[in-house]
Design a protein. Structure first.
Length: 91
């Protein structure tokens, strides 16, 4: 399934940071999913500028969502659930 948000909504458009009120150019993708409702191949994206990248990623991690930060042009096909991986290691 891959990413569910097109960072480039118009051809040639520059992606803008997803942080509320920020209008800076995004340099990062904060790839995430909610494991309670999304399969591992459902990846959602927030675009982030340098200033807000850590804030957005930490916000999602604080909710125990799998998160992977990548460059703005790097696609992520799936995000594993770290809690499920740890629980399965004892088997």
């Amino acid at each position: 399934m891959g990413a569910t948000f097109d960072l480039f909504t118009e051809p040639g458009a520059t992606p803008i940071c997803s942080r509320a009120g920020c209008r800076s150019t995004a340099a990062w993708r904060v790839n995430w999913r909610n494991p309670r409702i999304h399969a591992a191949d459902r990846v959602k994206i927030w675009a982030a500028c340098d200033e807000h990248c850590g804030f957005l990623a930490d916000y999602l991690r604080s909710r125990s969502f799998p998160v992977r930060v990548t460059g703005i042009d790097e696609d992520v096909e799936a995000l594993d659930d770290p809690a499920a991986r740890v629980a399965g290691e004892g088997r």
